[in-house]
Design a protein around this ligand. Structure first.
Ligand code: BES
Ligand code: MN
Ligand code: ZN
Length: 485
């Protein structure tokens, strides 16, 4: 869908969308031939311009039938405009309509750009594996024009577009099945970030063996697909920011559980166990795409967790790159094994001031938070507050959980430095405590457990059911608000 900003409604427009508030609706001057009739019909259908309300009718305009869509938003709430854009697309994406015109004269430049952004995000879908999609189920909308918005809207849009491109990459990586996206092909799919100025480094198995990454490699050793570590560097400061922000993602391209194998029902969901790595890659694309004035390192630990004659066994003891030993009591608690080496390596090589990891780490976080919030764990109130604020502002919300010595005891092992599972309760917290043991003194660290938010059973404001792209909008905002001013 091509987005543009114009001063006049394009001839081809066959969807005319208007965004109103409760207080503006009654007196809003619709630039339509049958303005009064449209208003009356909307009122008859109980449309009042309340936030989140929408209304669609088909009517004659300029000698042809067009769709007219009304959306209600709250006064002055930026998030609503993204949702409004998403709602418009959801209503007409496969309707047969071809070109959306959004009335922008009553919108601020930011609101206008956000409508286009929400529409673009919501428009993403993957149809490449559907060879028999019915004509009536295919997307028909090819263009969207925002008409009459303040001139700065088009400038703002270039940044929003970059973020939307990042979110799209994340959704693509998350949606692809595990026979298509595995550690090597994940890396391949990210190589195009080099064209945006991202410096890419890849560690293969021999390189990681040399570094002593026994924890990460132990997870991958049962797979025919060799493990990889992908490092993406974006420095938009010309060396002015001394220590980077580091983002580290769990990239288990398929999680069978290994020898501690998962039940068959629903196992297909574990193709998106690389959602943390997907979010890191998408964020790097967004930051580079909009030339963010910040220094950010993205690291993805990429492995496939399979049962096999060469797979690791419950009870195996592995030595992590940090030197700490881990008793692997459950091969399905593999994410923390991947992350601990990725986190250690990142600190050794980049000395980040802040390090944020993202992982579909525990089923327990879904029990706690469902799919509305991701879990946040941090050793720094300052970092936790910054991330929480970015989450609220971006639409990827976070809820903080505790860390403490009392929970930390639960992962002590009688034979090694730690075990990779805790006790009966607090599964998300003991997983976070495990990661915390690999964070150096003085480094501000946060762990985001995104197991509940990467994949949606039903459509949301800016995603269809399936991959949500969770994390990209959040991290982009976190960087924009704290490192670019
Ligand atoms: N990838 C899973 C967590 C997960 C579960 C993500 C459901 C998304 C949906 C993770 O590797 C895992 O298997 N965790 C175990 C840990 C347990 C063995 C301590 C879990 O949560 O059951
Ligand atoms: Mn697992
Ligand atoms: Zn997993």
């Amino acid at each position: 869908m091509k987005i543009d900003f114009a001063t006049a409604r394009p001839e081809a427009a066959d969807v005319l969308a208007f965004i109103v508030t409760k207080s503006s609706f009654e007196t809003f001057e619709f630039p339509l031939e049958k303005a009064q009739m449209v208003r009356d019909t909307a009122k008859l259908a109980r449309f009042k311009g309340d936030a989140g309300q929408s209304f669609l009718l088909i009517n004659e305009e300029g000698g042809k039938l067009v769709r007219i869509v009304l959306l209600g938003v709250a006064e002055g709430d930026a998030g609503d405009y993204q949702k409004a854009g998403g709602d418009i697309v959801a209503k007409v994406q496969t309707s047969g309509a071809k070109h959306i015109a959004i009335h922008g004269a009553n919108l601020s430049a930011k609101a206008a750009a956000e409508v286009a952004y929400g529409a673009t995000l919501r428009n993403w879908r993957m149809d490449k594996y559907r060879t028999k999609l019915a004509e009536t189920s295919k997307p028909t909308v090819h263009g969207l024009t925002v008409v009459g918005a303040p001139a700065e809207a088009a400038d703002l849009w270039t940044s929003y577009k970059a973020i939307a491109d990042g979110v799209a990459l994340t959704k693509e990586l998350v949606t692809e099945p595990a026979n298509i996206i595995y550690p090597e092909s994940f890396v391949e799919r990210c190589q195009h970030l080099a064209d945006l100025g991202v410096e890419i480094t890849v560690l293969d198995v021999p390189a990681m063996e040399k570094l002593g990454m026994g924890a990460l490699l132990g997870v991958g050793q049962g797979s025919r697909r060799p493990s990889r570590m992908l490092i993406m560097k974006w420095d938009g400061t010309g060396g002015m920011q001394e220590r980077p922000v580091a983002l580290v993602g769990k990239g288990v391209t398929f999680d069978t559980g290994g020898i501690s194998i998962k039940p068959a029902a629903g196992m297909e969901d574990m193709k998106w166990d690389m959602g943390g790595a997907g979010a890191v890659a998408g964020t790097m694309k967004a930051l580079a795409g909009r030339k963010a004035k910040a220094y950010v390192i993205g690291v993805c630990g990429l492995v496939e967790n399979m049962p096999d004659g060469n797979a690791q066994r419950p009870g195996d003891i592995v030595t992590s790159m940090s030197g700490q030993t881990i008793e692997v009591l459950n091969t399905d608690a593999e994410g923390r094994l991947v992350l601990c080496d990725a986190l250690h390596w990142t600190q050794e090589n980049y000395n980040p001031e802040y390090i944020v990891d993202l992982a579909t780490l525990t089923g327990a976080i879904i029990v706690s938070l469902g799919s509305e919030y991701a879990g946040l764990f941090s050793n720094s109130d300052e970092l936790a507050d910054k991330l929480t604020a970015a989450g609220k502002a971006s639409g990827d919300p976070l809820w903080r959980f505790p860390l403490s010595k009392a929970y930390d005891k639960m992962i002590d092992s009688p034979i090694a430095d730690m075990k990779n599972i805790g006790g009966k309760g607090a599964g998300s917290i003991t997983a976070a405590q495990f990661l915390g043991r690999f964070i150096k003194d003085g480094v501000k660290w946060a762990h985001l457990d995104i197991a509940g938010t990467v994949w949606a059973d039903k459509a949301g404001p800016v995603w269809d059911k399936g991959a949500t792209g969770f994390g990209v909008r959040l991290l982009d905002r976190f960087v924009a608000d704290n490192f670019e001013s």
